[in-house]
Design a protein around this ligand. Structure first.
Ligand SMILES: *Cc1c(COP(=O)(O)O)cnc(C)c1O
Length: 419
């Protein structure tokens, strides 16, 4: 696609976009009497129109069948954590038995780290990117303290080179190798929330395994944004939330992936509860935990039906659109945004997100050397929702499911005409 700076280009691109009709499947907040342009799907995705009916259906089942809802109704609650597996497996690239939904992200991160982090004499360190999302930093800090270790010693943070903002894969890999005798776990985000850098998960996993360590990832900014191949890449475990690109709403049940070589092994350590126990024996209430031999063996409590229903509704749209088609559009949409930004000679800013499409997803993080907050406020005033983080970073994430080329053009137009 070769871009031009006129509105006609955007309108033509939208007319040719097979995914354009999906915009109508979402509710948009209103500003100045019209739908806002929403570039914040990396923080909280919009509400799909089919969610309300799906929630109402479960309310009706509860109202009409009460306890019978576990076994009857349209979607028996007993198996509720299973309904999202087929689509999620496509989105994160794994077998259905390697994925489940439960709890929320940071809780799942703790649970999975408790399964996979086994500090031993000499091998007890966890490597992560410096500047990871705070919740991940807190989780790792408190986990090592839980094992009686000193975070300053047990956590290795990989920082960008002096004066740079993104990490070189080569630096990550060489650090893993350098620490190979003491490394127990690598825990990187699939994509850094601030810079939008997508990490080479396959290379990190290979290097971690070569070093004798386990590789886990937090895919909060990847799930529903960039398709990955967790199984083929041999990733050990991964967790993600469902309310960012997956559009399942605040507090929606989070996703968990466990590679089948661990998921099928009932001896893989875990903190258990009855929902992870084989259904055949669950209600016998007998002694002895018999985990299911798939990722659902990590389930602990009763399926959180009302935190899963919107996820299932949203995943119907992903199934219809196709994650590969969404990615193809997203690559174009983000490249178009970048192209338009390059046509603004008067603005002093830097795109801190990698320029290579293979190292980023829908998000561009723009570091404005001046007037960042002013630009953000002007966008909001004009009905364009973007996110601002000190010092001067505006994160713009045109999610391909409901953002158009025209939306991106309108963002550019405000910068062009007012700054
Ligand atoms: C959004 C996000 C979280 C939030 O975690 P919750 O437990 O869902 O509140 C954690 N980690 C990363 C990397 C995130 O992007």
């Amino acid at each position: 696609m070769s871009f031009t700076t006129d509105l006609d280009f955007a309108l033509r691109a939208d007319a040719e976009d097979a995914l354009a009709p999906f915009k109508n499947e979402f509710h948009f907040p209103q500003k100045n009497g019209k739908d806002v342009i929403y570039f914040c799907g990396n923080s909280l995705g919009l509400q799909p129109r089919n969610v309300e009916g799906a929630i109402q259906a479960e309310l009706d089942t509860w109202k009409q069948e009460a306890i019978g809802g576990y076994f009857g109704g349209k979607n028996p609650w007993l198996f509720y954590q299973d309904y999202s597996k087929p689509t999620l497996a496509k989105i994160v690239g794994c077998h259905e038995k390697e994925v489940t939904v439960m709890n929320t992200l940071t809780v799942n991160l703790h649970l999975l780290m408790l399964s996979f982090y086994k500090p031993a004499d000499g091998r007890y360190k966890i490597m992560m990117e410096a500047g990871a999302f705070p919740s991940d930093q807190y989780a790792v800090e408190t986990l090592v303290k839980h094992f009686g270790l000193d975070p300053a010693d047990a956590i290795i943070e990989i920082a960008p080179r002096d004066g740079e903002k993104i990490l070189h894969t080569a630096d990550i890999l060489s650090s893993i190798e350098q620490h190979s005798s003491e490394l127990a776990l690598t825990l990187f985000s699939g994509m850094n929330y601030y810079t939008g850098q997508l990490f080479d998960m396959q290379a990190i996993t290979n290097a971690a395994h070569k070093a004798g360590a386990t590789a886990g990832f937090d895919l909060a900014h990847v799930a529903g944004n960039v398709p990955v191949k967790l199984h083929d890449w041999n990733v050990d475990f991964a967790v993600w939330c469902s309310y960012k690109y997956l559009n399942a709403g605040p507090g929606a049940a989070g996703g968990v992936y466990v590679h089948e070589r661990f998921a099928s092994d009932s001896n893989t350590p875990r903190l258990g509860g009855w929902w992870g126990n084989d259904e055949k024996t669950r209600f016998k209430m007998e002694k002895g935990f018999v985990p299911k031999t798939d990722a659902s063996g990590w389930n602990i409590s009763t399926a959180q039906v009302f935190n899963m229903v919107s996820l299932n509704a949203s995943l119907e749209l992903f199934d219809k659109a196709g994650i590969a088609n969404l990615r193809a559009k997203s690559v174009q949409l983000t490249a178009y945004l970048e192209y338009l930004l390059q046509q603004l000679p008067n603005l002093r800013f830097e795109v801190i997100t990698p320029a290579d499409a293979g190292s980023r997803g829908a998000q561009l993080s723009l570091f404005f050397k001046e007037r960042g907050k002013e630009i953000h406020d002007k966008m909001i005033e004009n009905g364009i929702i973007v996110d601002y983080r000190e010092p001067g970073v505006i994160r713009v994430a045109p999610a391909p499911m409901y953002c158009s080329f025209e939306d991106v053009f309108r963002f550019y137009e405000i910068l062009r005409d007012h700054f």
